[in-house]
Design a protein around this ligand. Structure first.
Ligand code: BGC
Length: 371
């Protein structure tokens, strides 16, 4: 190690290289168990999205002086609670959590806080508690707006177009934000007759109202939720098509909340002989969906660059743990307190922008996406 350090000092190399040498040196000088522990809890291994976050976190933390333990809750608040308690026992110094259910997670997060652990909500907010220190997220309302605007562009100046609505899990605060964004732009186009809602009587009832209360959103989401579950999305889409009248088929417009559910819904619609053309949204730029987009089976996705999100989160965690001033000023209300937040913008992906946004920046390779 000393030899490496000497080499670093003697060799006239870039400052970056010097920095990385000294970091490595520090990391190895500490015994594995002496390093402070960053605990990360992600919601499920069943969606490519969260595996990408996991990989990025591992890569980033390997370049720091910290240890990491990454746990998955597999769509269960009970497992999530155990994960948090496990990290408390292991004396984690900070917990980064994407809650399965933002409200239910509050109690376990409070236990962590009481044990002196700092808490960062990652992508999904933990609500109704004062135990969250920071929130690092994408601009979720703009995700829904991007999806809605895409459908509006495809509609052009036609009228009477069948619109199918789907939403995320009601236990995830983001599902409301995505829906709010989509409704912001779609509602005027529903009211003016461009689109005709097919599959939600609650949305039909509220078609003339732009700003919906949480309760009103819940009524619509309650009818069209996918629960972030591929199977539930498939079954709902099948039932909707079975009940659809002839003029609710043909060319259709589908608001699908994310890529996993979009692929399930698209498979059902693409298999129906009476569907002649479909426009379907997504989110996350998951590899299987980018392949679907290249093959014309899904229309678009909203790219949320997890490289940026994970990087911002780890930088924040490192600053907190090393006692540096944290320069975050934006606030996000979680029902009880205003949580200090970092928000990242999103980008729209269609067949035409895959190369520039995903390949040229190294997110995927040409071979992977099938270009
Ligand atoms: C995330 C999405 C993800 C969804 C389902 C949301 O909270 O923001 O990126 O697709 O959960 O896991």
């Amino acid at each position: 190690m000393k030899k490496i350090l000497r080499m670093c000092l003697l060799t006239v190399l870039s400052l970056t290289f010097l920095a990385s040498c000294s970091n490595d040196d520090k990391a190895t000088d500490l015994g594995e168990n002496e390093k402070e522990l960053i605990g990360i809890i992600l919601p499920t291994k069943d969606e490519p999205r969260w595996l990408q976050d996991e990989e990025k976190f591992k890569e980033l933390i390997s370049k720091t002086d910290y240890r990491v333990e990454i746990m998955f809750s597999q769509g269960s608040s009970a497992i999530e609670k155990q994960n948090i308690e496990n990290l408390i026992t292991k004396e984690a110094d900070i917990i980064i959590i994407t809650a399965h259910d933002g409200t239910v997670a509050a109690a376990a997060v409070e236990e962590a806080k009481a044990a002196g652990i700092r808490v960062i909500a990652y992508d999904r907010l933990v609500t109704d508690t004062d135990a969250v220190d920071y929130y690092v997220t994408f601009d979720s309302v703009s995700v829904g707006e991007a999806q809605g605007n895409y459908l509006i562009e495809q509609a052009g100046d036609r009228t009477g177009l069948p619109l199918y609505l789907y939403a995320g899990a009601a236990s995830d605060n983001n599902a409301f934000l995505f829906f709010e964004g989509a409704w912001n732009v779609l509602q005027p186009k529903i009211e003016d007759g461009t689109f005709v809602i097919v599959n939600s009587s609650e949305a039909k009832k509220l078609r003339e109202k732009l700003k919906l209360s949480r309760e009103e959103q819940s009524q619509i989401i309650g009818q069209v939720t996918t629960n972030w579950d591929f199977d539930e999305a498939k079954k709902k889409a099948e039932a909707h098509l079975t009940n659809a009248k002839t003029d609710e088929k043909g060319e259709v417009f589908i608001l699908a909340p994310n890529d996993g559910t979009a692929r399930s819904i698209a498979d059902v619609f693409n298999a129906d002989a009476e569907i002649t053309n479909l426009h379907i949204t997504g989110q996350d730029a998951e590899l299987p969906s980018i392949q679907y987009i290249m093959q014309g089976k899904q229309s678009m996705s909203v790219f949320k660059d997890v490289r940026i999100l994970a990087n911002d989160t780890i930088n924040l965690a490192v600053d907190i743990l090393s006692g540096k001033d944290v320069n975050v000023t934006k606030l996000y209300n979680n029902g009880v307190i205003d949580v200090l937040s970092i928000t990242t913008d999103v980008q729209i992906i269609t067949k035409d922008s895959v190369e520039e946004i995903l390949i040229d920046t190294g997110y995927y390779t040409e071979e992977e996406v099938g270009l």
